[in-house]
Design a protein around this ligand. Structure first.
Ligand SMILES: CSCCC(=O)C(=O)COP(=O)(O)O
Ligand SMILES: [Mg+2]
Length: 226
């Protein structure tokens, strides 16, 4: 294995628990979504999201778009305009202190160590870039955004498609064999590996899958850097 120059991190199930997403963030957005749309409908950013959701959902009026977005949320469908709207709703919660991201305890120390070693750190999540900045800007270990060199979301492509990883490598200007991807989802790791990246399967909470062509770690201090 080549020494690693850049580490790309998933969020849900890798740096924060799945329970934080399904038990806190998603319900927070679900409860507020209809009212948020009513309050912000005329702002250009929300209007653009509504247009994109209307197209993705094949529906015509605002009410139907909101219903469709709630439907996507119930099924945890990673539809780009939904993720963008969730990010805006979470921003209110992070700003007013209702939301704080509980990281796994090994995450912040490892990010600081890796950053101090000169490694570049990136996020690739289905959550929007704006949501990612909120999530890492308000953690129980403080604001970690100064450690991060960039963010990628589904506007770069779906996380289970090899092309997304090729585009990220191109964007950050690092040779694929020197990029390490950490995720809890095997299909994402398979796609990254097909793009030539190194991979480590984060097996948090003992949820090991069947044997696969990925090294495994349960904590970030076990992650090999080559
Ligand atoms: C911690 S959940 C917030 C990010 C998000 O919206 C999401 O869908 C998680 O997807 P990931 O690709 O980070 O597993
Ligand atoms: Mg994940």
């Amino acid at each position: 294995m080549m020494p690693v120059e850049a580490i790309v991190l998933d969020i849900e199930g890798t740096t924060t628990s799945v329970a934080f997403a399904t038990g806190v963030l998603y319900p927070y957005a679900r409860e507020r979504l209809p009212n948020y749309v009513r309050r912000h409908r005329n702002e250009p950013e929300v209007a653009a999201i509504m247009d994109e959701a209307r197209e993705a959902g094949g529906v015509w009026n605002d009410e139907a778009v909101v219903v469709r977005m709630c439907h996507w949320m119930e099924r945890d469908q990673k539809v780009t305009p939904l993720k963008a709207l969730q990010g805006l709703i979470w921003e209110e919660g992070y700003r007013n202190g209702e939301l704080v991201t509980p990281l796994y305890p090994d995450v912040a120390p490892a990010l600081r160590d890796w950053h101090a070693l000169g490694l570049r750190l990136y996020i690739y999540s289905s959550g929007s870039v704006q949501a990612q900045q909120q999530i890492y800007g308000h953690t129980d270990a403080g604001d970690l955004t100064p450690l991060l060199s960039g963010y990628f979301d589904t506007r770069t492509g779906p996380k289970r498609e090899v092309g997304s990883y090729r585009r990220i490598a191109e964007a950050i200007g690092v040779t694929p064999r020197r990029i390490l991807f950490l995720s809890d989802v095997r299909e994402e790791l398979d796609a990254a590996r097909e793009a030539g990246w190194q991979t480590v399967w984060m097996v948090r909470e003992g949820l090991a899958g069947p044997a696969a062509a990925h090294r495994r770690a349960t904590r970030f201090d076990q992650v090999p850097l080559r």
